[in-house]
Design a binder for this molecule. Structure first.
Ligand code: ACO
Length: 379
């Protein structure tokens, strides 16, 4: 007699809403507040830098002045793409989505890292540093390669935010744009058990290597319900085109049950604190760069979404106009997200290995039972 199926009453929650999958001390959401290692995101956005925030995420404390200097120097020392890697990157097609390219590029990077299979904590920290230093360069290399331009050598003594613009355009960036971008990197660096961090932890939990876990995370981030939403927001604004069409467009979308990108969140029901900071940044920067109409249109959509559906913007909504005003190509918004979030992914992977047990949940069976194999000629 067939064994009775296990009963998992109440254990199934579509999308794992509210399920606590592990303990963590990297970042935490309390109501409408996000903390990294105990510091609020508002505090870090106002006072820290991406490099310092990365140190904080990996070390569970802020660095001293000397430690930060060393950390920046170590990052600078990894701020280059080897000739072998560049030669491989040049063989990849560039008429693809940049996230698909980045997925392969990070995978290729692993093949040129002699420490790729070294699972010691020291090697994993070095690889985290390497990936964080190089991911920005990979994103800008993609844009230059597809435009048939030579790669620009980074300036290792400058920040990653500075080097993003420098290696993208080969021109000296405006310090205010660099500062604003650096804040964007801080805001995107980690977010508790988000979809991509969870994907990274699931891969890491099988004791696969850190590159494999990061590639898993990139694959998860690519989706429009996660990191892919920021570029969709800008396409939406451009499709709407003029201010007078904004409210009717939202009404139409909601009536047709179309999801408006950049709104809603699984955890934040009273607003995403990162969106509030990005809203101010969008207002300020678009005004400075003569593109305030994009902010005004976003504001109208924000208002319409709150009134019609009670939905608030998430991190992806106002970041779109911030990046657009900076002149960044729309399809590399999600790769930029990856270049920042890699700091958080690495923190999660390293935390997972400190207290590892393989993730292996169960599925509640709802298929057929007790069938007997029928030979093919009798079907
Ligand atoms: N536009 C319109 N309606 C929405 C939206 C939206 N952006 N988001 C949620 N809703 C509606 C749903 O249709 C559903 O309505 P119903 O109850 O009438 O059917 C209700 O709100 C609940 O939505 P779910 O999709 O069940 O919420 P879930 O927690 O599963 O998903 C998510 C959260 C994926 C963020 C969702 O809000 C969404 O798809 N938003 C748009 C994509 C987006 O901006 N993603 C970026 C998220 S932030 C990040 O990952 C970096």
């Amino acid at each position: 007699m067939a064994e009775a199926l296990p009963v998992y009453e109440g254990a199934v929650d579509k999308g794992l809403e509210g399920v606590v999958a592990c303990t963590t001390s990297i970042s935490f959401i309390v109501g409408a507040t996000l903390n990294y290692r105990g510091y609020t995101i508002e505090d870090l956005a106002a006072n820290s830098t991406f490099e310092e925030t990365t140190f904080l995420l990996w070390n569970d404390r802020l660095p001293t002045k000397a430690e930060l200097e060393k950390f920046r120097k170590d990052l600078g020392a990894e701020m280059s793409l080897s000739p072998e890697l560049v030669a491989t990157l040049k063989t990849l097609p560039t008429n693809v989505h940049p996230m698909a390219w980045l997925r392969s590029a990070v995978s290729a990077m692993a093949m040129f890292d002699k420490e790729a299979q070294d699972m010691s904590p020291e090697a994993n920290l070095r690889k985290s540093l390497r990936m964080t230093a190089k991911m920005t360069l990979l994103v800008t290399a993609f844009d230059r390669l597809r435009n048939k331009k030579d790669l620009v050598a980074p300036k290792p003594d400058k920040s990653l935010a500075y080097n993003f613009f420098w290696t993208l355009n080969g021109t000296e960036p405006d310090p205010e744009i660099v500062k604003t971008f650096d804040t964007c990197l801080i805001l995107h660096a980690d977010h508790e058990l988000n979809n991509s961090a969870f994907a990274a932890r699931v891969t890491a939990s099988s004791l696969s290597d850190i590159y494999s876990a990061v590639v898993s995370a990139i694959c998860a981030l690519k989706g429009p319900l996660h990191g892919g939403a920021n570029e969709q927001v800008m396409h939406m604004l451009k499709e709407i085109g003029t201010m007078d069409k904004a409210r009717p467009w939202v009404e139409d979308a909601l009536n047709n049950k179309v999801k408006v990108m950049g709104f809603g969140h699984r955890v934040y029901k009273n607003g995403d604190p990162r969106a509030k900071i990005l809203r101010q940044m969008s207002d300020r920067l678009t005004a400075k760069l003569g593109q305030h109409h994009w902010f005004e249109m976003s504001d109208l959509i924000d208002d319409a979404m709150q009134n019609k559906k009670g939905l608030l913007p998430n991190v992806d909504f106002y970041s779109a106009t911030v990046y657009y005003a900076m002149g960044i190509p729309i399809d590399i918004y999600t790769p930029i997200f990856a270049a920042s979030r890699v700091a958080g992914w690495d923190a999660h992977i390293m935390e997972q290995w400190k207290n590892n047990r393989i993730y292996r949940p169960r599925g509640k069976w709802q298929g057929k039972e007790n069938l007997t194999y029928t030979p093919i000629e009798k079907r």
